[in-house]
Ligand binder design. Sequence first.
Ligand SMILES: Nc1nc2c(ncn2[C@@H]2O[C@H](COP(=O)(O)OP(=O)(O)OP(=O)(O)O)[C@@H](O)[C@H]2O)c(=O)[nH]1
Ligand SMILES: [Mg+2]
Length: 496
Amino acid sequence: MWRHASRILGAARQTRTLKSLIKKRPQDDDALLDTLRSCTQLYESHIAPTNDTTMGPLERNYQPTMLPFVLLLGNHSSGKSSFANYALGRRVQQCGVAPTDDGFTVIAPGEEDADQDGPALVSDPDLGFEGLRQFGPGLVQHAKLKLRTDLAATNFCLIDSPGMIDAPGGSTLDEGHERGYNFEASVRWFADRADVILLFFDPDKPGTTGETLSVLTNALSGCDHKLHIILNKADRFEKIHDFARAYGALCWNLSKVIPRKDLPRIYTTCIPPADGEVREGHGDLANGLEDLRRTRDDVMAEVFRAPTRRVDNAVTRLRDAASVLLMHLDVCAAARSARRKELFALYAPSVLAAAACVSGAGGLFVAGAVSPAVACGAGGLAATAGLHYLNAKNCRRNLERLDSQEGLDSLYRKIYAKESVRGDGESLATWQIVRQHLLEKVVPVGGAALAPAAPMGAHKKLRKILDVEAPRLRRQAAPATYPNVRHDDGSEAAVP
Ligand SMILES: Nc1nc2c(ncn2[C@@H]2O[C@H](COP(=O)(O)OP(=O)(O)OP(=O)(O)O)[C@@H](O)[C@H]2O)c(=O)[nH]1
Ligand SMILES: [Mg+2]
């Protein structure tokens, strides 16, 4: 059965998904396909093997999902499933005021309606969801694949998620894994692969759910470029004051977790009732606000851009992976050299002092002064041992410091002095990822200096991906080309 699903999606991948990436410029489709293929090829041939051999910070066995997808996240009952039905033009998901969805649902285009359970979804090697196994049966058994015909979108999937909610007593549900799996980590997994992420809030709980806020801080960090925040159910407002209060509360809550002066755009919108759906409490503001409809159109435009975003995201991912891995290699190489220096500073004086004692004692012995020779040899060696002991203590302290946060920070500042002085935000953000990985994963198993060195030529290849390949692919995926621009490789951009 699931093979059938895979076949359907496989066909969709080859015929519909990638070929319909940019309708406006069909002549570019081949270039976009080529870009995607090149990204995968560069990642698999250079980045993944180097990452695996050097204890790198990138996810092992990373596999993108077969279709581009839009991830719907948000508070319980904020309208995620209603939005999925509206966007797809079909009632696929159940909606209701009580918590409705208890797992992740992948809604994909198919040639006939078919439902698959979670184990089937994750066992198919072609769909790209195998990595979900790591979150255990708690997640897998609550996941679903729904293949549907006649969807408004045939070249991407929507993924609906369980509503976020706080457990009684103020703790978030994820603490202690009350859901049966690590919710935050699984959201991170989906968010990493998603092409567009919509985060829903509603007027009843404008951001006050601890779980939502912690997901925003931990699971969605670094996803700003594809994240859209939505204040849904705006038709519920009776008075402009209600709206102002809800919007204000949402901004206030977001400001606690988005450490920037400029808050991202918040799409205030509502979803029209499905055919035959009766909703209570339809607020007065809804009738007059044409603006809500326009905002909804903006959200829909973002959703339908998912396939195009896939190409951009693939290039971004390739570039980010190369720069994270390069920094990891640079810092580990610097740690290795610092360790070598420390060991040299420990052993060199001891060996020299011991050699001096032995040769002094030897000289005296040859001259016939046996007792002074023994005294000189024994005394000298004892002093050398004492000196070595003191130096060894010092050396151990320095090596421990090398693997502490301050030690790693000072290595980074030494290697990336220019970026550090300039306060280069990109370099600092990359460093935070690398440092966290080193402290959490590499230090406990020996330290940065003992991480295996990169194979010959790996560093050069990564640099080439960063400086030459990624800009070339980005140019290839760009929606416009500019005349008379000379590229680094000597070619000239075509006139559009
Ligand atoms: N007034 C109004 N009601 C809405 C809107 N969107 C959804 N609803 C209603 O809100 C309720 C919850 O909607 P769902 O789509 O099930 O919400 P959900 O986020 O999927 O909820 P969970 O799956 O439980 O997390 C349903 O009764 C919907 O009819 C909206 O824009 N305006
Ligand atoms: Mg739902």
